[in-house]
Structures are given as C-alpha cells and as structure tokens.
Design a protein around this ligand. Structure first.
Ligand SMILES: C[S@@+](CC[C@H](N)C(=O)[O-])C[C@H]1O[C@@H](n2cnc3c(N)ncnc32)[C@H](O)[C@@H]1O
Length: 262
C-alpha cells in the first residue's frame, strides 16, 4: 500500500466505476485500433523528446496499455486506475512487469504525496470529466515543480465538427459537448464529452499548469480510411499531420504537453 500525506480533504466525488462492467472488456476495444495506438505512442515520444523522469503515473490508465511504453521514460511507473475490473485485466496484461505498481484511485483524489511525481499522463480520460477543475487541481498538487503532464483532450473543435457547425451556421461552444449516446444519457449512464481546447487551457492555467506544446493526434481516425490505406502509409501521414495541424486543432484528439511552474 502506498503511503501518502498532505492530501487534500476527501471530496464528495462520484466513484468512477463506469468500467466495472462485465459485458465490456476494454482490452478488446483496442482490437483493430493499431493505428490509433501507434499514433498515441508517436505523440508521447515526440512530446517527451528523450526526457527521463524518476516517478511517473498514468492516471485513469485502464489496464495499463501505455504503462510498459512509459517505462522507457521513467525509473518507476504506477498504473493509477479507479476501476477494479480494469485493474484485474491489468494484473494479467502486466504480469511480466511486476515493477509497475497498480493502485486503485481516481483523478480527483490521488494517493500520492504533494510533488511526488515528475511525469503524469492522462490519456482518454477527459471525455469522462465534464468539469475537470478538481482533477486538474489534484494533478497539479502531486506534480513536482517543473514536472510534466501529458494530457489527451477529446477535441470538440476538430475539423469535421467545424465543417458541420459551419454548414449549420452554428458556433462550437466553449463548454463541453455531450457526445454520449441518447440511450446512455437517458439512463444517467457514462459521461462522454468533448472539450474545447481553449477552455481546457484556461482551466489548466487556473491550476498552475501551462501548456507548452500541443499535437493533433489520430488525424486519420476513420473506419473507411483504415480499409483502403495501408497502416504504414497512415502512420507516415500522421507523423506529418501531428505537428503541422496542431495549431488548427485539426484532429479528434489533442495531446498537450503541460508543465507545472519550476
Ligand atoms: C477510455 S479508458 C482509457 C484508459 C487508458 N488511459 C488508455 O488510454 O488505454 C478511460 C479510463 O478512465 C478511467 N476513469 C474514468 N473516470 C475517471 C476518473 N474520474 N479518474 C481517473 N480515471 C477515470 C476509467 O476507469 C477508464 O479506465
């Protein structure tokens, strides 16, 4: 059990147990998504640019998809994940990596000391956080001064959405857009939102976190394209698009390199 101190008072948060659903195995979600998986690793490699860290955690890391990859960047990596089912899948997935801690926690109440981590990744979690301010405050608390966060943001302003909005004469709101299925919303089911990158940047700044760089990621995410284009060609194009289209917030997924002031 990890020891932690100086934690903020426990919040009255809702338990993030959406993935404790025996009918859904997140490991299989990744079947047929090699392009997206490789595109995300490419982005992380680029943003970390050869840096090395002492203590990293992947928050909301699921079953640990990215933890082994992160080990090349840090002496110690923790999979921090609220869902017991994801952690159970992770126990098997990471069985050859006992050095990776697997700890149950959620992003608004992290079981780390103040300033304990010098690298945090939080990938594909923001779409479950319609109001991420408490989570950003926690990420900032556990980051060391000068520490880095790689944050993936499900992007409400991506090119396809902008075209649709323009055709309808609408403007994309600065507030999160609900993209959950109608059935799930009616059910009070899993929150599923896309965020406006400029709003996220402001929310991060309020937590003392500054965006230093961003990339446009999974730019060619489309079942149709995947059928006709070889994966290596898609990844070659992705490689160019991640940087050239970043300032236009082109892709469905923005990867932000965020830093806490030194
Ligand atoms: C789409 S999965 C992504 C998993 C992993 N980051 C990846 O990219 O493979 C979303 C994960 O976020 C976790 N999650 C949901 N709400 C969370 C919260 N409030 N704090 C931390 N993790 C959360 C879920 O349990 C789930 O494992």
């Amino acid at each position: 059990m990890l020891k932690y101190s100086n934690m903020s008072e426990p919040t009255s948060h809702k338990p993030a147990n959406q993935y404790d659903d025996p009918s859904h195995n997140y490991l299989h979600y990744w079947d047929g998504r090699d392009y997206e998986n490789e595109a995300e690793r490419m982005a992380i490699t680029r943003l970390l640019d050869g840096k090395h860290f002492k203590r990293a955690a992947d928050i909301g890391g699921g079953y640990g998809r990215l933890c082994v990859f992160l080990e090349q960047y840090a002496d110690r990596v923790t999979l921090a994940e609220p869902s017991q089912q994801q952690l159970d899948i992770g126990a098997e997935f990471l069985k050859d990596h006992p050095e990776i801690d697997r700890v149950q926690m959620q992003a608004d109440e992290l079981k780390f000391n103040d300033g304990e981590l010098d690298l945090i990744t939080m990938i594909r979690v923001m779409h479950h956080l319609p109001k991420p301010e408490p989570e950003f405050a926690e990420l900032s608390r556990v980051l060391a001064p000068g520490g880095y966060l790689i944050l993936e943001v499900a992007n409400s302003t991506h090119a396809r959405n902008r075209i649709k909005a323009t055709l309808k004469g609408e403007k994309i709101p600065a507030t999160p857009i609900n993209v959950a299925s109608a059935a799930s919303t009616a059910d009070g089911g899993i929150a599923f939102v896309n965020h406006h990158p400029a709003t996220v940047e402001r929310q991060l700044a309020a937590a003392g976190l500054t965006v230093e760089r961003k990339l446009s990621v999974s730019n060619l995410r489309s079942p149709g394209l995947k059928k006709v284009l070889p994966r290596q060609l898609m990844l070659g194009l992705e490689n160019v698009m991640q940087t050239t289209l970043a300032s236009a917030n082109f892709g469905p997924s923005m990867f932000l390199l965020v830093r806490k002031a030194a």
